[in-house]
Write a protein that binds this ligand. Structure first.
Ligand code: G3H
Ligand code: 13P
Ligand code: ZN
Length: 304
């Protein structure tokens, strides 16, 4: 069933676990995520970035995810990840998204507030949840990129939430998007998270949270991938973050790495195979395993 983010995140907050938000770019990735959530009886957030929408088309992605929600008994949220364009947000509203992120974090506080407030008033009329971002999460993806990391200042969070009326807040506490997150040991600013948590009551969101699993990276490298010094957020840090108020955790990079590792292995071992259904199957299976690992780590298994 299709539900709002507010619904699943309120439950997560009470139950002290987090719900995984996984990026969908195509049918195989979506099926892998849904299979994992169904298998573990977990609520799940299926999110599409602006880049995903540009790649696969809004109607195709939304149609596919709404079908998955209709066909399965677990709570599924259809969410826009890093929405920067109000026109696109309006189209998502029209297509039946149950949650959107307005990411105006690149602007100063007042402009971020005014843009976010506009989106909240548009969405709340239709019972659609809104996530916003205060501070900037670094790293570079296709459409989502930010070079200057500004950690969230807890002093501004209360005012931001009061002025905008958002349902959840993405905070910058040391993570970044992509596969190159830390030089040296990966550590989050848990003290900052505690300060933020003390000021606001709404569920907090962790972006750039991929773990960049060593076994997956090894497999990709074994079959020809070239990665140097990749690093992710250690599982223990994720647990600490959940303990201190994080209720939604975004993962995309780990799915991309799983896809790449499985594809490289399959193609290396089956050089004469050319049926896309056979070629894509191992990727789907490895992504499912990766999502299952994440769901268990977040503690949302059995919470559907
Ligand atoms: O937030 C970043 C996500 O991984 C989406 O990345 O813009 O390349 O689709 P993308
Ligand atoms: P990762 O790049 O760590 O997977 O983060 C994804 C994300 O935050 C999507 O919004
Ligand atoms: Zn993000």
């Amino acid at each position: 069933m299709l539900v709002t983010a507010k619904e699943v995140l309120t439950k997560a907050q009470k139950g002290k676990y987090a719900v995984g938000a996984f990026n969908v770019n195509d049918l195989e990735i979506m099926e892998a995520i849904v299979n994992a959530a169904v298998r573990l009886k977990s609520p799940v957030i299926l999110q599409t970035s602006e880049g995903a929408i540009e790649y696969a088309g809004l109607k195709y992605l939304a149609g596919m995810i709404k079908t998955a929600a209709h066909e399965n008994m677990i709570p599924i949220v259809l969410h826009l990840d890093h929405g920067k364009d109000i026109k696109l947000i309006k189209q998502c509203v029209k297509e039946g998204y149950t949650s959107v992120m307005i990411d105006a974090s690149q602007y100063d506080f007042n402009k971020n507030v005014s843009i976010t407030r506009k989106v909240v008033s548009l969405c709340h009329k239709r019972r659609i949840s809104v996530e916003a971002e205060l501070g900037t999460i670094g790293g570079a993806e296709d459409k989502v990129s930010e070079r200057n990391i500004i950690l969230t200042d807890s002093e501004y969070t209360k005012l931001f939430v009061e002025k905008t009326g958002v349902d959840s807040l993405a905070v910058a506490i040391g993570t970044s998007h992509g596969a190159y997150k830390f030089k040296g040991r990966g550590k989050l600013d848990i003290k900052r998270l505690k300060d933020i948590k003390a000021k606001v009551k709404i569920p907090l969101v962790l972006h750039g949270a991929s773990g960049v699993p060593k076994d997956i990276v090894r497999k990709a490298v074994k079959y020809g991938a070239k990665f140097e010094d990749v690093s992710g957020v250690p599982d223990l840090q994720i647990k600490l973050a959940i303990k201190n108020g994080i209720c939604k955790i975004n993962t995309d990079t780990d799915l991309r790495l799983s896809f790449t590792a499985a594809e490289r292995e399959f193609l290396a071992k089956h050089p004469s195979e050319f049926d896309p259904r056979k070629i894509l199957k191992p990727a789907k299976e490895l992504i499912q395993k990766t999502v299952e690992r994440r769901i268990r780590l977040f503690g949302s298994d059995g919470k559907a």
